[in-house]
Design a protein around this ligand. Structure first.
Ligand SMILES: [Zn+2]
Length: 295
């Protein structure tokens, strides 16, 4: 079932049977090394296991570095959350499908500093029930066009992120980068100092679902490529992280080029039964779309 994100709707229907893969992968423990370069492959970084710091029936948390954690649930292909700690406060990216107690868990990991919640986009495997543990959160307003009921169902205060804004955590600043394509409001977060980012479903982690249109995704890939080059970003942590599918600079480039190839008629897509019924597979990447998204 690896790398088979399907559509979110389909994926959630499969929760009971399909999302129970084991979590025994080793991943890049060396991600915060100053020696990282854009040419260093993810394979080279996999030599040491990430340190598992918490595991219960709903969530597993492992440390990426001393002040950054990856958490994942077991309901939708390792639906992932990321906790980033500065010396004043911390931020959490996404809230999984069902992760009760997530806020308390996050606050304890950062020694009871305030933890602000930012949502990468409003799909229910990233904006699940744990969002209600926060009395405020931050989203990209562009997703409200696709998910108008979100604002009615969430009872806390909704803040809107601004593209290019810095989230100041004290000694650590995180850039907000709007990366539409998967959804209109898909948002990535860049840690320039650590040279990595958090892109959720924006580049698909090998299986991209394009719910907007291909030219939007191409523009996003182009923009992220420029940022990757400018800041020497080595990789982006995805929204469904199984350890083997972390986004690389090459993958972001490939996704943009394949989407452009689809626009130019260079591929013969496979038809599948899904709300995104056309699939092109190339260079280890699947792009899922529909005919009316070729624009
Ligand atoms: Zn999504």
């Amino acid at each position: 079932m690896k790398n088979t994100l399907l559509s979110v709707t389909t994926a959630l229907l499969l929760i009971a049977t399909s999302c129970t893969k084991s979590h025994t992968k080793t991943v890049d423990s060396n991600v915060n090394s100053k020696e990282d370069t854009t040419t260093q492959s993810i394979e080279q970084q996999k030599s040491i296991s990430l340190n598992r710091v918490l595991e219960n029936e709903n969530i597993t948390i492992q440390s990426i570095d001393q002040h950054t954690w990856h958490g994942f649930g077991n309901l939708c292909f390792n639906e992932s959350v990321y906790l980033i700690e500065g010396n004043n406060c911390a931020m959490l990216i996404d809230a999984g499908v069902r992760m009760p107690g997530l806020r308390k868990i996050a606050e304890e990991l950062v020694h009871n500093k305030p933890v602000k919640l930012y949502l990468s986009h409003l799909h229910s495997d990233h904006a699940g029930s744990a969002i209600n543990e926060w009395d405020e959160l931050w989203i990209n307003s562009a997703d409200l066009a696709m998910f108008p009921k979100f604002a009615e169902s969430y009872k806390g205060k909704i803040h809107f992120m601004n593209d290019g804004e810095e989230i100041k955590l004290g000694n650590r600043n995180i850039d907000i980068v709007f990366t539409p394509g998967h959804t209109p409001g898909s948002t990535s977060f860049i840690d320039r100092e650590a040279k990595y980012g958090f892109s959720a479903d924006a580049f698909g982690s090998t299986n991209l679902l394009v719910f907007t249109n291909l030219s939007t995704e191409i523009a996003t890939c182009h923009r992220m490529n420029l940022l990757i080059e400018r800041y020497g970003i080595t990789h982006l942590f995805p929204g469904h992280n199984d350890g083997d599918n972390i986004e690389t600079p090459k993958r972001v480039k490939d996704v943009g080029e394949i989407c452009l190839g689809i626009m130019n008629g260079q591929y013969e897509p496979k038809s599948v039964i899904s709300n995104l019924n056309l699939v092109v597979e190339d260079r280890g990447v699947k792009i899922n779309y529909t005919k009316d998204r070729i624009k």
